[in-house]
Ligand binder design. Structure first.
Ligand SMILES: NC(=O)c1ccc[n+]([C@@H]2O[C@H](COP(=O)([O-])OP(=O)(O)OC[C@H]3O[C@@H](n4cnc5c(N)ncnc54)[C@H](OP(=O)(O)O)[C@@H]3O)[C@@H](O)[C@H]2O)c1
Length: 206
């Protein structure tokens, strides 16, 4: 199976490291034509969208860069979905568990079908995209939360907790990156449609 990974940031690069057979595109995609060009060059069987705008040095940046955040997290995946749909290519998009805030109504945790309650710009942009992409066939959304990894990275929760001067004390879900990469691969191979929570059972506190 030929997998095309869009975006070589933290998560895209981690998947590429584990899947030597995958092709990675680092081209900036600003239009559906840009997306079509990449697809027609690589001719993949399935696409992982690992591109997005998460804010640098952290997600607080998104609060003052609303348009960049919305273009990168809401519009870009729709452009990719359009180009994939025209070619009947399966798209797996990386969503985020941050679309839920606070304790879940069910003690077992937030479910894929629960309605999100985002307030921050980044989370709103992710949720807006969830709502539209989940209406499409041949599209899967893999929601991850606080990646934890043995590979150092600014996106790794271990690195973050080690350098932050202040942390908030809330319960949250966790995604172990080694497991996530395997689950992504299975979803791509099965061309799984719908929303999937790629998190571990239970929660942690910072
Ligand atoms: N890391 C986390 O904690 C976390 C948690 C939940 C969900 N996610 C989701 O996982 C996905 C990947 O996140 P990440 O942690 O790997 O972020 P990252 O390290 O910032 O990587 C994102 C990549 O997307 C690229 N990109 C941005 N706009 C693009 C465009 N228009 N066309 C093509 N590429 C573009 C960036 O390129 P430049 O660097 O050149 O801008 C960067 O390489 C995102 O959808 C994010 O929302 C991440």
């Amino acid at each position: 199976m030929k997998i095309l990974i869009i975006g070589k940031g933290y998560i895209g690069a981690r998947c590429a490291k584990e899947w030597p057979d995958a092709v990675v595109s680092e081209n900036i995609i600003s239009s559906v034509e840009d997306a079509r060009k990449v697809l027609d060059k690589v001719k993949p069987d399935a696409v992982l969208n690992a591109a997005g705008v998460c804010g640098k040095p952290n997600v607080d940046w998104c609060e003052t860069h609303q348009m960049e955040t919305i273009l990168g997290n809401t519009v870009l995946p729709i452009l990719l979905a359009q180009a994939c749909s025209e070619r009947q290519i399966y798209l797996l998009h990386i969503g985020s568990g941050c679309v839920f805030y606070g304790p879940s109504p069910d003690p077992a945790g937030w479910k894929e079908s629960d309605f999100g309650n985002p307030t921050a710009v980044y989370s709103r942009a992710k949720r807006a995209n969830d709502l539209v992409l989940s209406a499409l066939p041949k599209v899967g959304i893999a929601r991850i939360r606080m990646p934890m990894d043995w590979v150092p990275s600014s996106g790794n929760i271990i690195d973050k907790l080690a350098i932050y001067e202040k942390i908030i004390d809330v319960e949250n879900s966790l995604t172990v990156v080694e497991d996530m990469v395997n689950v992504f691969r299975q979803l791509l191979e099965k061309r799984a449609e719908g929303i999937f929570h790629i998190t571990h059972p239970g929660t942690i506190k910072h």
